[in-house]
Design a binder for this molecule. Structure first.
Ligand SMILES: [Zn+2]
Ligand SMILES: [Zn+2]
Length: 169
């Protein structure tokens, strides 16, 4: 029998972690304030590392919240009605994105689109309009931007647009 696989975390679990860290940060800040208010100078000095710890916890919460948001996007993108390509697009210009750190923007002239997450390296979650079949008969759903990009590249994939099929609502 195969080993049971480790269940992947869900965004709610990460948000619960972030909430715990938030509560911890609050208590830590309270300790720092009490040290700060002490009459003893030695205790007042100890407020500083406690304040730093409070800041570190806020950074931690930020990282966890960011990861939860990415995880949500990845999970949403698994919907079979959405594009399967593991890279994002500009909804107007297509495969024109650049990213740096936690930001992404469209490089098309005059396009002001930008995102406060690395959309380029986040799975595309645009509605699927075509099915691509590669040489090995592996199929995937493509949004219109990724379908036209695949056609342009002529990399041996067959693109079949879904609007040739009967559509109902
Ligand atoms: Zn654009
Ligand atoms: Zn796409």
């Amino acid at each position: 029998m195969p080993e049971p696989t480790t269940p992947e975390p869900v965004p709610a679990e990460l948000r619960a972690l972030a909430a715990e860290a938030d509560a911890l940060a609050e208590r830590t800040a309270e300790m720092a304030a009490r040290l700060e208010a002490a009459d003893d100078g030695h205790l007042q000095r100890l407020a500083q590392p406690m304040s730093k710890a409070t800041g570190d916890l806020a950074d931690y919460t930020g990282e966890i919240a960011k990861t939860a948001a990415y995880l949500t996007r990845v999970r949403v993108s698994r919907d079979p009605h959405l594009c399967d390509v593991p890279w994002g697009i500009c909804p107007i210009h297509g495969v024109t994105l650049h990213s740096l750190g936690d930001r992404a923007w469209c490089t098309a002239t005059g396009c002001g689109n930008s995102w406060d997450y690395d959309r380029l390296h986040t799975p595309c979650a645009e509605p699927a309009v075509a099915i691509a079949t590669d040489r090995d008969d592996v199929t995937g759903s493509l949004c219109s931007a990724h379908a036209s990009d695949a056609e342009r590249r002529l990399d041996g994939c067959r693109i079949e647009y879904l609007d040739h099929r009967a559509k109902n609502g």
